[in-house]
Each structure stands twice: as C-alpha cells, then as structure tokens.
Ligand binder design. Structure first.
Ligand SMILES: [Zn+2]
Length: 294
C-alpha cells in the first residue's frame, strides 16, 4: 500500500489514520487562519481539519453509555449524534523567529498557512506535543518534508515512541535527521517552555508561550472535547495510551488551569481554541476568550 500513500490528500489522510482514526468521518477540509495579538507576539491559529466520531461509546466515556454522553452534550446544547473536534495548529510569529506548534493531519494546513501570509520555508521551528497523526501528519506533503527549513522539536520519550510506531513509520523516515529532542521542562526555543503532561502518549508535552508578563499554555491532547473532557475529566478516552495516567493528568491540570486562570490554547477545542478553563461545580467548563487587546 505504501506507494499510494501520497497520491491525493484524502488517501493520505485515510492511510495515516490509526485504528481509532480509521473509522472517523473527515468532512471537506476548509482553510481558516485566525490572527490573535498576544503581547509582542502575533499568534495565528491555523485550521486543518474537522474530526467527527459517532457517539457510540467507543471513543468518549469508555465504560459509560452513549445515553450518559448524550446527557452531557444536551446540557451544552451540542449535537448528540456525533462528536466533532477541530484539528488545528498554532503559529507564533516573533521578531526574529516563526514557530509552529503541531501540524494537523495534513488537511487544509498549507492553505491556512497561506492565508496567514507565511510561506512554509519561513517556519524556523516546529514544536510537537506528541506523535499522533493529527499532530505530525502535516510535517509531510506529497511524500516530502513540508517545512524544509524547520527544526522539529519533540521530547526524547516521544521521539523514542514515534520511532517504534508503525503508523508513524513513513513520517519518521522523512523527518529523521531534522528532529531535535529535549527533556520536558526545558525551554525549547526562546520564550517557549515545554511542560510535561503525561499519559496521552509516553512523551506528551504542552508548551507555555511567554510574552511580557503573560503566558498562554498549549495543552496538546490533555483534553479532547471541550464539553465531555471538561464535564467528566476522569472518564477514559480511547485515544489515551495510558488511560489512568492521562485521567490523573487531565484532572490535576484542569484544576490548576482553572484556579490560576491561565489562558489556554487547545488544538481540538472549537476553532480558534483559545480561552479559559472555568470551575463548574465539581467539574469544569470551557470559556472561549481572546487575550485582551483583540
Ligand atoms: Zn490529537
């Protein structure tokens, strides 16, 4: 099957898909770029894809019934038949550097980047939260490196995990030699620090972006659905490699983000995925909000 892998984007998307991704519906990918001022930095959220899964108890709320999930979705006025995630990437344009965090699955990313007025060769660094296809798929286009000038940064544990993964093998082969690893907690590029957020994958990290006194935390896949993952953070999700560790991380991270009123970016929350985690009884609620000055 390998020679067909890069024929057309939809084929690529299907073949990159993991077992859990293979059954998802991928509606047409629409390009979109949302520019957001963040202190001295220009952020642009790049839309890549919509990821749709049926509410059938196989992905969200494992061990719970679709009716229980429906109750949560109903309370937020969300559709109950399918659960839709946005798949996005975050571009950070500073005075001397262009950084991208994650790259989507390789849907509309390049068109969204074009809308932002940036060329692929202007991207200096790509920071990866983890090596699932909806975060590293966009590193490759038509069988070649999509960002030829970029250094790809990944935690050492995540790179080791990716190198063992069959579904990542084609991408790993292409990016090998362009990857620089780090230990979680390290400042990966100036003003962007990696934060260990364990469980989703062995080396999963978030990234804290600093501008002046303000910070924004990209939480990666700590939470997936802005509704279900926040209403029931201790419900297992099929995507998490180590479900117990991921649940513990989700609960403690959401608690901390809510109490510190930390500005958050999530690549899977409704586009553009920037806002606050707010307390709601014994759980949490997503409050979309852009930084002041936007
Ligand atoms: Zn993801």
């Amino acid at each position: 099957m390998r020679p067909f892998r890069y024929l057309i984007p939809s084929v690529a998307i299907f073949l990159f898909a993991s077992a859990t991704f293979a059954h998802a519906q991928m509606p047409p990918q629409e390009a979109s770029a949302k520019a957001v001022k963040f202190g001295q930095l220009d952020l642009v959220v790049l839309h890549d894809a919509q990821y749709v899964k049926p509410n059938d108890g196989k992905t969200y709320g494992l061990g719970h019934t679709p009716a229980e999930v429906t109750k949560i979705l109903n309370a937020s006025g969300a559709p109950t038949e399918n659960i839709t995630l946005s798949v996005d990437a975050l571009l950070i344009k500073g005075a001397d550097r262009v950084v991208m965090i994650d790259t989507g699955i390789g849907g509309a990313l390049q068109q969204s980047l074009e809308l932002s007025g940036t060329t692929p060769d202007q991207v200096n660094d790509i920071l990866i939260t983890h090596s699932h296809p909806d975060h590293i798929g966009g590193l490759v286009k038509d069988g070649k490196l999509a960002f030829r000038q970029a250094t790809i940064h990944m935690s050492a544990d995540e790179w080791a995990f990716a190198r063992k993964s069959e579904q990542a093998a084609a991408i790993v082969k292409l990016i090998d030699g362009h990857v620089k690893t780090f230990t979680p907690g390290a400042e990966v590029v100036p003003k962007i620090r990696s934060v260990s957020l364990p469980g989703h994958t062995p080396g999963h990290v978030g990234y804290e972006i600093r501008s002046g006194n303000e910070t924004l935390l990209d939480i990666g896949d700590t939470a997936h659905s802005s509704i279900i993952s926040l209403a029931e953070p201790d419900w297992p999700i099929a995507f998490d490699t180590d479900k117990k560790a991921a649940e513990a991380n989700r609960v403690s991270t959401l608690k901390e983000l809510a109490s510190s009123k930390q500005l958050v970016y999530s690549p899977h929350f409704p586009f553009p995925g920037i806002g606050y985690i707010t307390p709601q009884g014994d759980h949490f609620k997503w409050k979309p909000s852009l930084p002041s000055g936007n």
